[in-house]
Write a protein of this length. Structure first.
Lengths: 534, 469
């Protein structure tokens, strides 16, 4: 079923999504960006003498994210997967002197990313309920970060993309500096450095496209659909790969990942590992694979190499690390490598796998990093030499950690299984060495996970370890949301149906919705069918 | 009606003279600090409004000595807005002499206005000197030694500038800017032209505090009162930038004689300013180096010798002037190093927000005015194929943003110091008007970017008015 969705061209007729297009709003995507900004500003100026309204601020942040998730879910539900064009599009001239338009829109991959961001938003607020200091500043910055991530997802103008892509850096750095762990200063500077480098690369790539297309517009419809010389395509693609590699991250531009994911407060770790870092692959899909097919073909071995190095390095580093949060941080790099392998496959199936793995990889990365953080917090230690035999005393964390491990490895019944199958099936055809290397890296990842689980959960308890408590209700909820989404999409990739019919019950299915626009993206990579020429 | 265009100039000068006389004659006691700045700000904003309303009328005045075009409109409006913002946000308990503190920004703004509407090289020089002299006076109120240093540096700048102008006059036989341009249309980029241009640019770079010529301006900015620092940092640099733009437009037929110099200066300023901002920790020096980095972007826009680049540089110069003139003023008395602003976000939220936005804008962080300006300059550089300069500018911006993150951490994350540990500096005074002004400044600096369409459009018309096609 999965293969048929992606190998067939979309049906010219509407699929049976009851009520599709009933809900529409000309500013729906703007709402996902500007509502968090407005709420952040409101929180920032609210008087809060001696932390009197800390709880209220947490509630405001929670209900803002809940509202956003509802809006995004309705948009996802009403999304018309048979249309190859952008949906919920907004287009206003912004800076006509240099050709900037306030152009927003989502296609299949975009709605998948938006759903991921919505889920992660609510999970990050739940993960942040334990914040006690400077609550007002924390939630204002968190909301600004979420707004920037949403903006980068829905941007259809490269100028707007750069704006939101770069806008996440300052609030994230402040969140880490203000509420992070012992090595927070190093983590924040690394984040600023690497993400700044990525933003710079994105600016250079965009300006190259802008100049090559006559300097009239930053709109993606102009920049990414122009016929460029192979040399320019190659130059732009290399720069865009650098930008994506700093964000995803890919080896060797991964220098921020350990410090940031291990030192940031858990709520921030969730946002960074899940949505903010997936933007790298999402941008790569849009600007290189979908837009520059010649360069995509040429650079696919490079992408495969980067994917293999990333997965291999992450697994080996996780094996050699004795800090449980650092292990989680390194393991969170693995899904990014798999996502990029799908892009390197330069085939419709691989690209479809990539889109699905944006969602599943984001959730899996966030889950493993967050569950390791929760484990360290609840066990009052980050050292693998100290943590042992916790399963009996932390049953909730144990279950969630096992689900995280299985999600990373792509075990059936979890959504990452579908994604990884598509990625590997796509990649083994075009990038067999790269696919084999990534698979070998996954095997090492499995060893690293086994070592982690056996040491921390199933070994003999350490009598000298500090006191341990299981995850709180809030922690179970936020980790449960991440794990539940992986299970839900794994069990119902096409959405649950009304019994006896093909009509979706309430969720049209991520697999169905993400197909919109995919055939256009992957059309340059469709292999000629034998006999089609006759 | 024709002379309504000159009303803002007249109002600004008259206000400055009245304030100076009132101070000299003893009509301005210390208590007047509560009301007089507000009155001056309102008058300046009225002049700003008149400029926007009447300034759209094109014309020439005084036998062609002054020209009112879109470029003049933009530059004059930027000068008035920057002066109003600096005076409004100033912490008057940190200023030394009220009357002079109020008058000097107005005179500096007037200098910018003269240079912006000047049709010949003499007017350019006069406007630049007036703005520079106002800066020296403002610095001398607190640190006569630094004012003397600034005076000497200004004298060297003037000498270089005048030598350059004299050579250009000798080469082209004209002092009128449009005539010089007409002559250069048929001229070759020769060494006799390149040498005076180098002298001109060195003089302007010294005035603007552009690295590596910032060695005179930066110490003065650090030692002056907050408003004095803002004046040197923002308005004097604005005057130098305006003069540089008019000269760049004149020299555009022979870009070879200036673009290399400008590119080198811009590269050094963008990267050097960003690196220096990262290396220091005190907010005032950090702001000075951020300003140096951003003025480097303005120079890069000029070096693009492309209409879009020069329009973008003009747009950025406006954003720069507002942020750089008001930044030190927002800092107020909290100037004793990084410790002075610990926890300022909680203690003085409006001022801290203004300070944060001013620094972020100077660093080019999205989505503020500086970001839009730098991106517009970047687009101009891309169109003219100056990839090296663009790359260095991006590096400079990354360094600048990293530097600002450090200050934001101190402002918002660190806990306030106890009074006994705060040292010689004090918190900025709390005043209804200055708090309101700080909030208004936040809206201006955010609105300049987000609502930048008409502003960039006007800057584009300004570049067109300079004869760029």
């Amino acid at each position: 079923m999965l293969f048929s969705v992606f190998t067939a061209t979309p049906s010219p007729l509407p699929t049976a999504v009851p009520g599709a297009n009933i809900f529409s709003s000309p500013i729906l995507l703007s709402v996902t960006i500007w509502v968090p900004v407005i709420v952040a500003a409101a929180i920032a100026v609210m008087p809060n003498p001696r932390g009197r309204y800390d709880v209220l601020m947490k509630q405001i942040a929670f209900f803002t994210n809940l509202g956003l998730l509802f809006i995004i879910f309705v948009a996802y539900n009403q999304f018309q997967n048979f249309l190859p064009t952008m949906q919920y599009e907004e287009k206003q001239s912004w800076l006509p002197a240099i050709g900037v338009t306030y152009h927003l829109g989502v296609d299949g991959p975009g709605i998948v990313m938006l759903m991921l961001s919505g889920l992660v938003g609510i999970a990050s607020v739940l993960a942040s309920l334990g914040v006690r200091e400077r609550v007002r500043s924390y939630f204002a910055l968190l909301l600004l970060t979420q707004a920037a991530v949403n903006g980068a997802i829905v941007a259809r103008d490269m100028f707007v993309l750069i704006l939101f892509w770069g806008a996440a850096i300052v609030p994230l750095a402040l969140l880490i500096l203000g509420w992070g762990g012992p090595r927070r200063t190093s983590a924040a500077w690394r984040l600023v450095g690497y993400w700044g480098l990525g933003t710079g690369a994105l600016v250079l790539g965009t300006m190259t496209l802008y100049a090559a297309t006559g300097g009239t517009s930053f709109d993606m419809d102009t920049l990414l659909k122009a016929s460029l010389s192979p040399r320019i395509q190659l130059a732009v693609s290399v720069v865009m790969i650098v930008a994506a590699a700093t964000r995803l991250p890919l080896f060797p531009l991964h220098g921020w990942v350990r410090d940031v994911l291990a030192e940031a407060p858990v709520g921030v770790t969730v946002v960074v590992a899940a949505a903010a870092s997936r933007l790298g692959a999402f941008m790569l899909l849009r600007t290189v694979i979908a837009a520059e097919p010649s360069a995509g073909h040429l650079l696919s071995p490079v992408l495969a190499t980067l994917a293999a190095l990333t997965v291999g390095y992450a697994a080996l580093a996780a094996l050699r690390t004795s800090d449980v949060r650092s292990v989680g941080a390194y393991l969170a790099m693995v899904p990014g490598g798999i996502t990029v392998l799908g892009l390197a496959a330069v085939s419709p199936l691989g690209i479809a796998g990539t889109v699905l793995s944006l969602f599943t990889g984001g959730l899996a990365a966030a889950l493993i990093a967050a569950v390791c953080a929760t484990l360290a917090e609840r066990a009052q230690s980050r050292s693998l030499q100290v943590l042992a035999g916790l399963a009996a005393r932390m049953p909730n964390v144990t279950w969630l950690m096992i689900i995280a491990a299985l999600a990373l490895l792509g075990i059936p019944l979890l959504a990452s299984y579908s994604a990884e199958v598509m990625v590997f099936f796509g990649a083994f055809k075009n990038q067999p060495i790269g696919a084999f290397a990534v698979a070998a890296g996954l095997a090492v990842t499995a060893i690293a996970l086994a070592v982690l689980l056996s040491r921390t959960l199933f070994g003999a308890p350490n009598p000298e370890a500090p006191g341990v408590s299981d995850a709180s209700l809030g922690e179970v909820w936020y980790l449960g949301i991440l794990a539940g989404a992986l299970l839900w999409v794994g069990l119902f990739p096409g959405g649950p149906k009304i019994p006896g019919t093909d009509v979706p019950l309430f969720d049209p299915g991520l697999i169905s919705q993400m197909a919109a626009g995919l055939s256009d993206m992957s059309s340059p990579y469709v292999s000629p069918t034998p006999g089609a020429a006759q | 009606v024709k002379y309504a265009v000159l009303v803002p100039d007249a109002v600004v000068v008259a206000t400055a003279v009245v304030v100076l006389l009132a101070g000299r004659l003893g009509f301005m006691p210390r208590a007047a600090a509560r009301t007089v700045p507000a009155v001056v700000v309102v008058i300046t904003l009225i002049a700003f409004g008149v400029e926007l309303w009447a300034g759209a009328t094109l014309g020439t005045y005084f036998g062609g000595a002054l020209v009112q075009d879109r470029f003049a409109l933009f530059a004059k409006a930027a000068a008035l807005l920057a002066a109003a913002a600096a005076i409004a946000t100033a912490d008057w308990t940190a200023e030394d002499v009220l009357s002079i503190g109020l008058a000097m920004p107005l005179l500096a703004a007037f200098g910018v206005m003269v240079a912006a509407s000047s049709a010949d090289i003499v007017g350019l020089w006069a406007g630049l000197e007036l703005a520079g002299a106002a800066g020296i006076v403002a610095v001398s109120l607190r640190r006569p030694d630094l004012a003397l240093r600034l005076l000497v540096a200004g004298g060297i700048a003037t000498a270089l500038f005048l030598l350059g102008l004299a050579f250009v006059y000798a080469t082209t036989g004209n002092s009128d800017l449009s005539m010089i341009r007409a002559v250069l249309l048929h001229a070759a980029p020769t060494l006799p032209l390149a040498i005076p241009v180098a002298l001109l640019l060195a003089g302007l770079a010294l005035r603007a505090g552009l690295a590596p010529f910032h060695i005179a301006a930066v110490p003065a900015e650090l030692g002056a009162s907050p408003l004095g620092a803002g004046l040197v940092l923002g308005l004097v640099a604005l005057a130098a930038g305006i003069v540089a733009m008019k000269l760049a437009a004149v020299l555009l037929p022979v870009p070879a004689v200036f673009s290399t110099y400008l590119s080198v200066l811009a590269a050094v300023a963008m990267v050097g300013g960003g690196a220096a901002a990262l290396a220091v920790r005190s907010p005032r020096p950090r702001m000075a180096y951020l300003a140096t980095s951003q003025i480097g972007w303005v120079a890069a826009g000029l070096a693009s010798h492309h209409r879009a680049g020069i329009a973008a540089a003009l747009f950025l110069l406006g954003a720069f002037a507002v942020a750089a003139a008001s930044g030190p003023a927002l800092l107020g008395r909290a100037e004793g190093g990084e410790a002075a602003i610990h926890g300022l976000g909680g203690l003085r939220p409006a001022r801290a927000a203004g300070l944060a936005l001013a620094m972020l804008s100077l660093a080019g962080a999205p989505p503020l005015a500086g970001f839009f300006g730098q991106m517009a300059v970047a687009a101009g550089l891309a169109q003219s194929g100056q990839w090296g300069l663009l790359s260095l500018g991006v590096v400079g911006s990354i360094l600048s943003v990293a530097a600002v993150v450090g200050t934001l951490r101190v402002l918002y994350i660190q806990s306030p110091l106890e009074e006994s540990r705060r040292g010689p500096s004090a918190l900025p005074a709390v005043g209804g008007f200055s708090t309101l002004a700080a909030v208004a400044f936040c809206f201006v600096i955010a609105g300049y970017g987000v609502l930048s369409n008409p502003i960039l459009g006007l800057a584009d018309q300004g570049a067109e008015a300079l004869g760029l096609r």
